[in-house]
Design a protein around this ligand. Sequence first.
Ligand SMILES: O=C[C@H](O)COP(=O)(O)O
Length: 222
Amino acid sequence: MVSPFILVNLKTYKEGMGSNAHRIAAAAETVARESGAVIGIAPAFTELHPMSHHYAIPVFAQHIDAITPGAHTGHILPEAVRSAGARGTLINHSERRLTLADIGACVEAARRLHLESVVCTNNDATSAAAAALKPDYVAIEPPELIGSGVSVSKADPGIIERSVNAVRAVNPDVKVLTGAGIQSGECVRIAVDLGTCGVLLASSVVKAENPEAVLRDLVSLI
Ligand SMILES: O=C[C@H](O)COP(=O)(O)O
């Protein structure tokens, strides 16, 4: 099996800020090196540069705005994310929804700046729509399972399968991730067996007493 991509979103959890972000990034770097898995993190914007500077793991922004340099206030400029060392960016996370037009513009901006794009979706119809925009990844996450501790892999494998099929029918070059409640190697294994290339997750790692132990479990069945 090709090593899966495990992307850990630190969100705005206090357990994912400052020294905690360093602890998670260091654990991700260690487990990635030992296992051969690709483990990335999506920290707060203010942590993008420290994380990309200190660790040899892919660092993703949690969001970008579809703007170009100029007179905007309080926006996330894609160029700034790039120069902070980000490898890629989430777009349209369930907790940061965008219009379809904005999603398209963000994917375009990411492509122009050589940032990998991960467009989050909530069902197979939106997965198909996202795939038509040609991002690098579509990440299917049923919103009701996000942060629930109930794994999409076990509670709703059908949505993963339908999204993989929907994305493949539109553009087979677009890779699929899945997320919501992912917490173990078994969850990752099921997701990969259903045709995804990895997982997007947060709370099980970020809020863990020992993030390194959870990361080791996540890659244990690959
Ligand atoms: O970005 C990550 C997802 O929203 C999943 O979050 P979760 O692993 O806490 O369910």
